[in-house]
Each structure stands twice: as C-alpha cells, then as structure tokens.
Design a protein around this ligand. Structure first.
Ligand SMILES: [Zn+2]
Length: 332
C-alpha cells in the first residue's frame, strides 16, 4: 500500500474547484516514457501550471505501472529541482474494471477514471459507485472521474465505432447516485488524430479540413443541470497542420488528420470544463521532430539525439497549450 501523498502527489479536488471558478482547465497529458514526463514537467513549471500526469492501459502495459508511479514521484522532485513546486496528479486514464482502479489506488495514484460509458446506464452507475466508495474511503481521498456518453475514435485500447452525445437529463441522477468527483462528457470531441471523417468536414481555401463545431448547446444544458460540477473533455488534441505536414514531408503518411480547433477548446475551458485531455498532439510533435532529425542527419545513431530534440518540441507545445488554450498558466 502506497498513498499518493507519500509520493508528493495531490488529488483533483481543489484543482478542479479553482479551475471551474477561475475559468480555465487543468491539462491532462498522457505519458509512457521519461522524455514525455520531463517535457510535461518542464512546460508546467515554466508556465506555473498545475498538471495531471495521465496513464492509459496501453501505457501501463508498455512501461509498467510501478515504473510509471515512481516516475511520478520523480516528477515531483524534478519540479522542485527546477525551482517551482506545481501540484501534480497521477491519474489512471480509462480504467475499465474495479480491479484496475483498486490496484492503481493502492499503489499511489491520486485519481482514477472508471469508464463504464460503454455499459448500459444502470451498470455504469453501479460500477462507478463501487469505485467511488473504495476511492473515497482511503486514508487519503482519491478522486474519481466517470463518463456518460460515448466518444468516437481510437486511442490505445479505447475505441468506439460510434459516438453518442451525453444525455443531459441523465447527469443529475448519475452524479448523485455514484458520488463521482468529475464527469467526462461527449459533445463532439474524439480520440486519435482522425477525429472526423472527411465527409463530416468542410475545407478551407488551402484544402485543410475544418471539423464540425463542438456541441456547446449540450454543454450548456449539462451545466444547467449540475451547476459548477467539474466537467472533463477527452480526445481534445487540435492535430496541428504544421506537424502533420512535417511528418509527411519527411516520409510519414497521415491521411485525413483533423482535430478540435484551439479556439473551441479555449471557449470550453472558460466553462465548467476543468480538465482537458491531450495525447495525440504530443505524439505528432515528437514524431515530426524524430522524422526530421533522421532524415536530415542520416549519420546520427545516438537515440538521445533523436528523442532529445523531440522532448524540446513537446515542452514548447505544452507550454503553448497551457498559456493559450487551457488558460492554466500562472494558476499553480
Ligand atoms: Zn479518453
């Protein structure tokens, strides 16, 4: 048994309260290796932003959860060494069983998501309630994120062919029955780098795909039902055209890439949306730089010379997100 407090981590309770009233969102960046963790911490220390380090099922399989947990402890010490103690959350992304959530809670995660969104409604309620009861009864309160509505797209082991928007009439019942601390909703965001099919989009003068807007009407309806309750957006990468073009210039193939425009995320962050998940953009940034280095310096074979510049780019991207998209800069 390890409590997250022993690792120097915090849960999301206070962070979300401040984010909702302050009109910004906390970044939730996925990590599965050292360079990503370093880039996230460098960016968040530099911009004085709180941060949620997010671990998916795929990351646990790839990197081992004990290693990741100790990297989160290292992240706390690293931030301190860089000169500013930002609040750091270690969060399980898309836990799909009670056992996985329990396992993470008992080994030092300060927050977990139980994703029962694919289940029939009453089963989702029962599963989420069970995880909340366990998480909340720990010596150090662990926060729980639930989900209502299904996102489209594929990322790690989470995938769905069809999306369904969150039903605003269900949220009061779900939140009060489960006692969940935050709620992920579906209003048009989507996992992965191809968030919409080309036929769902329009094109601008340069042939760049423009996606349909997020359903802010549903978000507003949900906020009316549960005023001030912390809302989470998954699948909120913007899939920057510059990275896609750089990847393709240096030999990659990423047809039909399209993300969520930054101005829509900025607008969402000003509402009760207080956690925004970003993963694909970081993958694109690192891949773009690694491809560029491999192509321009064919004699290079030191992995640090490939991943190091990718880490620098990732840091730049996340600092930009904190400052210009999420509004979390200077909130730590
Ligand atoms: Zn997700």
């Amino acid at each position: 048994m390890t409590s997250y407090r022993e690792l120097g981590l915090v849960n999301t309770k206070d962070l979300f309260k401040k984010a909702v009233s302050g009109g910004y969102a906390i970044p939730a960046y996925n990590f599965n290796n050292m360079e990503q963790m370093q880039a996230i911490i460098q960016a968040c220390v530099e911009t004085k932003s709180p941060v949620i380090l997010q671990v998916s099922a795929g990351a646990r399989k790839y990197a081992n959860q004990n290693i990741l947990r100790n990297m989160a402890r290292g992240a706390v010490e690293y931030a301190h060494e860089l000169g500013y103690d930002i609040p750091i959350v270690l969060h399980l992304d898309h836990g799909d069983t009670f056992e996985i959530c329990k396992d993470c809670i008992e080994t030092g995660f300060s927050s977990v998501m139980i994703d029962g969104s694919h289940l029939p409604y009453e089963e989702n309620v029962a599963l989420t309630k069970r995880v909340c009861e366990f998480a909340h009864s720990q010596k150090d309160y662990v926060t729980v994120e639930g989900e209502l509505g299904v996102l489209a797209g594929v990322e790690d082991e989470v995938s769905s062919e069809h999306s369904s928007y969150t039903e605003p009439s269900e949220v009061v019942d779900f939140v009060s029955k489960t006692k969940v601390d935050s709620l992920a909703i579906s209003i048009g965001t989507s996992h992965g780098r191809t968030k919409f099919k080309p036929e769902q989009c329009t094109k601008d003068a340069n042939g760049i795909l423009i996606p349909p807007p997020l359903r802010f009407d549903i978000l507003e309806e949900i906020e009316k039902q549960i005023p001030g309750f912390p809302i989470v957006l998954h699948g909120s990468s913007s899939v920057p055209v510059e990275y896609v073009q750089m990847i393709e210039k240096f030999g990659g193939r990423l047809a039909d890439s399209v993300g969520i425009p930054e101005d829509q995320l900025r607008k969402a962050a000003k509402s009760a949306v207080c956690k925004i998940n970003i993963d694909s953009d970081g993958r694109l940034a690192m891949t773009a730089i690694i491809r560029k280095v491999l192509s321009e310096q064919p004699e290079e074979f030191d992995p640090r010379k490939l991943i190091g510049p990718a880490r620098d780019e990732l840091k730049k991207l996340y600092a930009y997100k904190n400052q210009n998209v999420l509004g979390s800069a200077n909130q730590a």
